[in-house]
Ligand binder design. Structure first.
Ligand code: EPZ
Length: 445
């Protein structure tokens, strides 16, 4: 097979065939060393959908090799996008689409597929996308997306589990859209729909996550006119057509925060290449207060464990503490000395890691949408022991590894496919930090 095809297949097959692998961890080692943090999953996924908006090539750099990225690549290719791989660069070109139908068997694998709806409506005036359904952490409705498209002139009906959308007159109209909630996906979908609309679209109460500004930067590099991304009022002035561009994906802030807490929880010290504290919002103060000492350098952040301290945290839209770091913080606070609380206000079912952490001896009680964590100091801590545990979702799987690295004895984290959705080469990274881990079809515990 020609080399170009091999590298293309390497992108399309990420995560396939390793579904039921496990990670065996021998706890008790402080992590030390240096790793590089990869490109942001949550910036990459909408930016891959952007390729549908443009008849010319979008060249992307620093795209992370994650199974969610592979899923989105499958989807945009299904719709008509051609994909080339040149070294570590992805070249995407959608001169035209071959279908406007995003089928259930692709969309069900990754609900973020719904982000193709905006580009398809914005450029082609029609789309038929499977309803994404819920996932482990919640029902994940898309009512805010659909309400915004209707305000821009799309006619939308729901039939046989699909969203059928058409734009009479083919071109969306600019509109004033106030979001009832600062939904990241709704903000992104509507931004992408609006860049080719007729007139000006204004999205208020928009999400402010760094991935929103990165999406806007990418769109503007292609000739769009998006203003105010990162604030709660985004103005998109419609243009006739976008043009080719090159865009580099920024470093993943959630992976950065995850590894920073992992290193601190282990009592170690490490350099996280590429990490940018500016993207952490209030998570920077929360992690510092909880005992994660972080020093910014031009090319990354030095992390070391200070004394872990209890803290009360409520998850919130950016710049608040991100729900995507909630499970990881829970493990860190399970090692602090005292009582902490974490209230999850973004998703209705994002405490599935708690029963698994309890099985390893963590003292966590749930009261409604809050978790109460009672922790004892290390020299009194005899109760945290390794166990065979089950990953339930992406961030929960990372937090189980965090506790396994600290607990006495051996931990077996099963169903690693959850992890491969958002953490690139994690086994390599853990070994580089000195962890005693082994990955494979390890069912012998
Ligand atoms: C994005 O999901 C992220 N995913 C999530 O990261 C992240 O947890 C979430 O934003 C919040 O920050 C990607 O960027 C690919 P939302 P998204 O729309 O866009 C409700 C991870 O671990 N809502 O901001 O789906 C919704 O039910 C993932 O990397 C509606 O009610 O999140 C949820 O309760 C997990 N109606 C809340 O808003 C809507 O139309 C936040 O959802 C849309 C959302």
């Amino acid at each position: 097979m020609p080399e170009a095809d091999i590298s293309l297949q390497s992108w399309l097959q990420i995560g396939q065939g390793i579904g039921m692998e496990s990670l065996k961890i021998v706890g008790g080692r402080a992590l030390r060393g240096q790793i590089e943090i990869g490109g942001s999953k949550n910036a990459t996924l909408p930016i891959l959908a952007v390729s549908l908006l443009c008849p010319e090539t979008l060249l992307l750099r620093n795209v992370p090799k994650l199974s969610d990225v592979s899923s989105m690549l499958h989807l945009v290719r299904h719709l008509g996008c051609t994909l080339q791989v040149e070294g570590k660069q992805l070249l995407l070109n959608t001169a035209t689409i071959t279908t406007e139908d995003a089928p259930y068997d692709i969309v069900r694998k990754m609900r973020t597929s719904i982000l193709v709806l905006g580009p398809l409506l914005g450029r082609f005036g029609k789309a038929r996308v499977s309803l994404p359904g819920g996932c482990a952490i919640g029902t994940r409705p898309i009512d805010l997306h659909l309400k915004g498209f209707r305000q821009m002139g799309a006619e939308i009906s729901l039939e046989q589990g699909y969203i059928s959308a058409v734009v009479p007159g083919r071109r969306l109209q600019g509109a004033e859209i106030e979001l009832e909630f600062a939904s990241v996906g709704a903000t992104q979908n509507l931004m992408m729909a609006a860049v080719l609309a007729d007139g000006v679209t204004c999205i208020t109460r928009s999400a402010r996550e760094p991935e929103i500004a990165q999406l806007a930067d990418c769109l503007n590099s292609m000739g769009a006119d998006v203003r105010g991304a990162g604030s709660t009022r985004i103005e998109i002035h419609g243009v006739q057509q976008l043009h080719e561009a090159t865009y580099a994906i920024e470093v993943d802030r959630i992976q950065s925060g995850s590894y920073a807490m992992m290193v601190a929880a282990s009592g170690g010290q490490a350099f996280l290449g590429g990490m940018n504290l500016e993207h952490l919002g209030q998570a920077r103060e929360v992690l510092t207060h909880a005992g994660v000492e972080m020093t910014q350098y031009p090319d990354g952040v030095e992390v070391r464990a200070a004394t872990l301290c209890p803290i009360d945290v409520v998850t919130a839209p950016y710049p608040g503490f991100p729900t995507d770091l909630q499970a990881q913080l829970m493990v860190l606070l399970s090692l602090a000395d005292g009582r902490s609380t974490i209230c999850e206000k973004i998703f209705e079912n994002r405490f599935m890691h708690v029963p698994e952490l309890q099985r390893m001896g963590a003292d966590i009680q749930l009261e409604g949408d809050c978790a109460i964590i009672n922790a004892t100091p290390a020299d009194e801590r005899t109760h945290l022991g390794g166990a065979a545990v089950m990953a339930t979702d992406l961030r929960a799987s990372f937090c189980l590894i965090m506790l396994g690295l600290v607990a006495e004895g051996v931990t077996l984290v099963q169903r690693l496919y959850h992890l491969d959705r958002g953490y690139e080469d994690i086994t390599t990274k853990l070994l580089a930090l000195g962890a005693d881990v082994k990955r494979g079809k390890v069912d012998a515990f």
